[in-house]
Design a protein around this ligand. Structure first.
Ligand SMILES: Cc1cc2nc3c(=O)[nH]c(=O)nc-3n(C[C@H](O)[C@H](O)[C@H](O)COP(=O)(O)OP(=O)(O)OC[C@H]3O[C@@H](n4cnc5c(N)ncnc54)[C@H](O)[C@@H]3O)c2cc1C
Length: 404
């Protein structure tokens, strides 16, 4: 959507948007319920790269507010209707693959295009090794009706303790649930919480940093000086891609093993009211967060799942997978999997996304840059680090239309 907007606003191109669902209905905003808030302030969520206040004005709120995600889906649909005109065609279909002259749709039709932008969102969720094929195991919490099917009187295990687990816990406790929810993750660390009013970002001094270790030291020192670590985390954000690409592969590996999760907890934070609700759920004993992994899951004849956790074997009426996106190629899905199988793309660093050149063009299996095939969004992860949130995607979309 953001790329469509940028291309129509800044070029004379005709654009075909291929989208099987209602536009604006992607994972983050389409599957949201009214109690799911954006984890960014309204001031960060404008669809217009030249007008940061666009979303806050549309929503009639302060730029500091955290609006419901369903509102953001509506906003994206309004943006689409504003840019609709003779240069935009919407094809309500699924892309099945790329041809030499455009995109092949699921029904076999071809959309001819000189340039193609792949913007299909995140890889499929990672699955625990002990994943059972069982009706009480919810592999994808975003699947329609998946959470509503869980009875309110059975204990539920969430595998993962990030923002997805928070979303799931909020949904499960909206009704009259009295049975407890347990979330497990390797570190047992929940996302941290935003303050009501944002502290101005503070950019840490990175000039003398040559290694990952130097960067960590500089960030910790600056956080201690700044008083509120959030200011430093937010100040670091514009430099992250530069830092990530300057790290050696071994440093990137070390970051992924030891620092990625703590970084995510500090960087992708809960809205204050969500943080307060989660704290209440924990105080009331309705949500428990534990460190450790899931060793095995077995299905007893009476239903539910017996799960072997660090503390022993426990019965849950349902187990919900709340892990983040999986690694490629396993988590590729049919379209991206097809690109990989056809050699039109290759897996990028660490399997986090697809490989791209510095301007965001896909790199084929033979190492050649695909001149007119671009990638934006979460699938750039690995080549970049911060590439899943609206501000970064908006900048990528802008650079497609007006290359830097
Ligand atoms: C639960 C959740 C909450 C989030 N909250 C925030 C937030 O508060 N602030 C923030 O900045 N970011 C947030 N994000 C990050 C979010 O990923 C991005 O903001 C954004 O949604 C990513 O946009 P996208 O268009 O790349 O992917 P998506 O929004 O996932 O959209 C991908 C689209 O591609 C379509 N598609 C997929 N395959 C095909 C195909 N083969 N053919 C045609 N169409 C296809 C899908 O139907 C979908 O509409 C959140 C993410 C999640 C998962």
């Amino acid at each position: 959507m953001l790329a469509t907007r940028e291309l129509l606003s800044n070029t004379d191109d005709r654009v075909v948007l291929i989208e099987p669902d209602e536009p604006g209905g992607g994972l983050a905003y389409g599957a949201a319920r009214p109690w799911h808030l954006l984890n960014s302030r309204a001031g960060a969520m404008s669809a217009d790269s030249r007008d940061p206040g666009h979303f806050a004005r549309w929503a009639g709120c302060s730029p500091d507010e955290f609006r419901p995600r369903v509102d953001y889906g509506r906003y994206l649909r309004d943006v689409l209707s504003d840019i609709s005109g003779p240069r935009l065609t919407i094809r309500r279909s699924r892309a099945a693959g790329l041809s030499a002259t455009g995109v092949v749709l699921a029904d076999g039709a071809e959309v001819k295009a000189e340039r193609v932008v792949v913007a299909t969102g995140s890889p499929a969720p990672a699955q625990p090794a002990a994943r059972p094929d069982h009706p009480d195991y919810v592999a994808d919490p975003w699947a329609k009706g998946a959470l509503e099917a869980i009875p309110s009187d059975v204990p539920v295990l969430l595998v993962g303790a990030g923002l997805t687990a928070i979303d799931v816990a909020l949904t499960l406790t909206e009704g009259d649930r009295d049975a407890p929810i347990t979330a497990v993750s390797r570190r047992g660390q929940l996302p941290l919480t935003h303050t009501e009013v944002a502290a101005p970002p503070v950019g840490p001094a990175l000039d003398d940093c040559a290694t990952l270790r130097d960067v960590v030291r500089a960030v910790r020192a600056e956080a201690a000086r700044a008083g509120d670590w959030r200011a430093v985390v937010d100040g670091l954000r514009p430099y992250l891609d530069q830092l990530w690409t300057a790290f050696t592969p071994a440093e990137q590996d070390a970051f992924l093993r030891h620092l990625a999760r703590p970084w995510e907890c500090h960087r992708h934070r809960m809205a204050p009211s969500v943080g307060a609700r989660v704290a209440t759920l924990r105080e009331e004993g309705r949500l428990e967060v534990r460190a450790g992994g899931v060793r095995s899951m077995t299905a007893p004849p009476a239903g539910g799942l017996l799960v072997e956790l660090e503390a022993g074997v426990q019965w849950f009426g349902a187990v919900v997978n709340c892990a983040g996106p999986g690694r490629l190629p396993a988590a590729a899905g049919s379209f991206v999997g097809g690109l990989l199988a056809a050699g039109q793309a290759r897996v990028g660093p660490h399997g986090l996304g697809l490989d791209i050149d510095a301007s965001g063009r896909l790199i084929a299996a033979d190492g050649r840059v695909q001149e007119d095939r671009w990638l934006i969004g979460p699938l750039r992860r690995g080549a970049l680090w911060e590439t899943t949130a609206v501000p970064e995607i908006r900048a990528q979309a802008h650079n497609l239309a007006i290359p830097v």
